[in-house]
Ligand binder design. Structure first.
Ligand code: HSE
Length: 405
């Protein structure tokens, strides 16, 4: 019987998960695809570090060996970084193979080009695993919300950051200890800088931007900040005020521009992300017909990511190629916006804040709450770039109580 012939690039946490899943779910795959799925080859960087139980699979450190396979239907990219992943994806497509990728950095920067190339060569690309691990957000956006206009999407899309923030708060552990645990559990990237400095979440936001708006945000509308500067003391102060730190990536169309903010945010218990803990990811999608939809699930790790990859497999063989939306179809109103922020400072004079914010409250010895126009906040950031304010999302009941006094 003929088979679907597959090559896997990379045998780290994700590559191993894919190999294992193809074995454990062979029967279901065969039912869905009408043929068995056969892994023909696995590409690794260092042959000495890996061994495969199944001797019929070629283990190689040369991508050319993969390209020269007699039969190659699908190439699964489970490596990190833009190169050699981009070149491998391009050559696979040019050879006539479908590609499934989990590589957010590569796809954030080269996704559109690869999709065009794939169209030319009449093959497909699956990239569900690039965003939010096991949560099927890409398919939801591309297949299930087509008439709806997406006005905003925000998400906890980096499992490692959420795991670190949760464990620092719940167990009072230092940053470095929790990061080490995230690495041991296979959540963090090989170089965890991408996780803790917000790059990983930013790459995922870029992939989402292409899916929703058909283009990337302009550099002047991008904010990217990680979590490495957040101290245990700040987490505890926030906790005592009923707030939790979450690292949130937000995309919103405003007055013709796509605003992309990837940064730590404080959420109140009224916010849907308040109870999203550990390695969990969540996405909150605002669409103009349906309203708000929240998706929640495991954001990183071996099997959740393997799930996203393997679920892409049947979709490769669908007749109708999926589209990226044209930006013109997703207009955004320019609105006057207000916001609320927390400022960690023991000795800032009220008079310094007064020209900028309508409400100023000392909510603890170390923290000041302010509310005002987003525009005034932008001005504050220009005038006082070192005094960082953390946005608060959700109704802040403590402030409500204090204002009633
Ligand atoms: N390092 C990533 C995370 C893996 O922690 O979310 C999943 O993309």
């Amino acid at each position: 019987m003929s088979a679907i012939h597959i090559a896997i690039l990379g045998l780290g946490t994700v590559g191993k998960g894919v190999l294992e899943t193809i074995e454990t779910h062979q029967e279901r795959l065969q039912y869905l695809l009408g043929k068995p799925v056969k892994v023909e080859a696995v590409l690794v960087k260092n042959l000495d570090k890996h061994k495969l139980e199944d001797s019929s699979i070629l283990l190689t450190d040369q991508f050319d060996d993969i390209l020269q396979l007699a039969k190659l239907d699908v190439v699964i990219d489970a490596i990190v970084g833009q190169e050699p992943a981009f070149t491998c994806a391009k050559k696979s497509i040019e050879r006539g193979s479908h590609v499934i990728t989990a590589n957010k950095e590569m796809f954030a920067h080269h996704g559109k080009e690869l999709l065009e190339l794939a169209k030319k060569h009449q093959v497909s690309i699956g990239f569900e695993a690039t965003v939010a691990g096991g949560i099927p957000v890409i398919q939801t956006l591309r297949k299930l919300l087509n008439v709806n206009r997406i006005t905003k999407i925000e998400g906890i899309v980096n499992g490692t950051s959420n795991f670190i923030l949760t464990n620092m708060r719940e167990k009072g552990l230092p940053f470095a200890d929790v990061l080490k645990e995230a690495q041991e559990k296979g959540f963090a990237e090989a170089d965890p800088t991408n996780d803790i400095e917000g790059f990983d979440a930013y790459f995922k936001a870029l992939v989402l931007s292409n899916v929703i708006f058909g283009k990337l945000p302009e550099p002047e509308h991008i904010v990217r900040e990680g979590i490495s500067h957040i101290t245990r003391e700040q987490i505890q102060t926030a906790s005592s005020l009923g707030l939790k730190y979450k690292h949130i990536a937000k995309l919103e169309k405003q007055g013709g521009a796509i605003k992309c903010n990837v940064e730590p945010v404080l959420v109140t218990d009224a916010h849907p992300f308040y109870s999203v803990e550990g390695v969990q990811n969540a996405l909150s999608i605002d669409a103009d017909i349906v309203g708000n939809i929240t998706l929640l699930g495991p954001g990183a790790g071996k099997l959740p990511t393997a799930s996203a990859i393997i679920e892409d497999l049947p979709h490769l063989y669908e007749k109708q190629p999926l589209k990226f939306f044209d930006d013109k179809l997703n207009s955004g109103e320019q609105q006057v916006k207000t916001g609320q922020w927390l400022l960690f400072s023991k000795d800032l004079e009220r008079s310094v804040l007064e020209p900028y914010f309508a409400e100023i409250l000392n909510v603890s010895e170390e923290a000041i709450y302010v509310r005002g126009l987003t525009e005034s906040m932008n001005k504050w950031e220009q005038d006082y770039p070192v005094v960082k304010m953390v946005p608060i999302e959700g109704e802040f009941s403590l402030v409500k109580e204090l204002l009633l006094v």
